[in-house]
Design a protein around this ligand. Structure first.
Ligand code: 8YV
Length: 315
């Protein structure tokens, strides 16, 4: 029997490609120079899409594939998949929840510490010889005991908050409703009030139309000139222009960001700022987690084509 044909939207590690190729015929969309011609050539044969959290499958792509049955997302976020179009066509959608939660939370904490304690600038200071030539760096900001806000107490937000408790922080969170599992963490019912009471505001919201620009100019300015904004979720959750304006004007103290509008290209205004820490969307990027994510992408596709229940379905 011939192997089901899959459209591969982005690059995967070699171990995933090998495992996928054992079961499927892969068509590498990301390597095609002429995307339209590539789709036109392979469209009738394609029964599945293997994509990445931030790439997805938009309406035009789904509509161009008449025999598409399943979209397997390598990521917990599936905001880049047009769910409405998929649902209308009865196309199944899967993601990779849980396996990446703790790595994403770890990076959020690492970003808070690195920025507050000048870890990256400190390293550059030593390497460049500035330490010997100019003396010590300016003093830094204390982390432990400060006020932290977690915007979105889902799986990742919960793991971030748990870690913050280890730094004796006063923890508050905002979500659609108070969470039973939140213990003595303070519930705040809107993002602006959460920002007002926070030294560090962590954005751990799901991405998508419902959360677009939840972190707007008022929220950013409520966090204020001594506040830090840390985003390991989706760029779309923050009004990026308002963020840049506030950082440039000193109306927000600092930002540490793993995600950007239009990534991997980003607004050049970011790279001119000293009060930002910039990361290349790598919160889930440990070998252990990426292996687990790749295995789930494969398991979901294999389950679909074998007629078994999907391990981690979205639709
Ligand atoms: C990416 C992510 O999928 O889980 C998500 O939603 O955005 C990330 O884990 C990962 O960077 C692979 O592209």
């Amino acid at each position: 029997m011939s192997k089901p044909e899959i459209l591969q939207m982005g690059a995967y590690p070699a171990w995933d490609v090998e495992a996928l190729e054992a079961k499927f015929t892969l068509h590498r969309y990301f390597e095609a120079d002429d995307k339209q011609a590539f789709i036109a050539q392979h469209a009738p044969a394609i029964r599945g899409i293997a994509t990445r959290g931030e790439l997805g499958a938009n309406r035009a792509l789904i509509e161009a594939l008449p025999n598409l049955e399943v979209i397997s997302v390598y990521g917990v976020g599936y905001d880049a998949v047009d769910l409405e179009t998929a649902k209308a066509r009865g196309i199944r959608v899967t993601n990779t929840p849980d396996v990446l939660t703790k790595d994403v939370a770890d990076l959020a904490i690492a970003m808070m510490l690195a920025q507050s304690r000048a870890v990256v600038t400190g390293d550059a200071w030593v390497r460049s010889g500035d330490w010997a030539a100019k003396g010590n760096l300016p003093l830094q900001r204390r982390v432990f005991g400060k006020k932290a806000g977690v915007l979105g107490l889902g799986r990742i937000g919960y793991e971030v908050a748990r870690r913050l408790a280890g730094f004796d922080m006063d923890i508050a969170y905002c979500d659609v409703a108070p969470r039973e599992f939140a213990g003595d963490w303070t519930f705040v019912d809107n993002a602006q009030a959460l920002a007002e009471r926070s030294d560090f505001l962590f954005v751990t919201l799901t991405g998508g139309p419902a959360t677009r620009h939840v972190v707007n100019q008022s929220v950013i300015e409520a966090l204020g000139p001594k506040g830090s904004l840390i985003n390991v979720s989706r760029a779309s959750n923050i009004d990026e222009n308002a963020l840049l304006d506030a950082l440039e004007a000193g109306k927000l103290g600092w930002a540490a960001l793993d995600v950007f509008e239009g990534e991997p290209k980003l607004n050049p205004r970011f790279t001119k700022l000293e009060n930002v820490l910039l990361q290349p969307h790598q919160a889930s990027a440990t070998e252990e987690t990426r292996r687990a994510m790749g295995a789930l992408v494969l398991d979901n596709l294999a389950a679909h084509f074998d007629g078994r229940p999907l391990p981690t379905p979205v639709l």
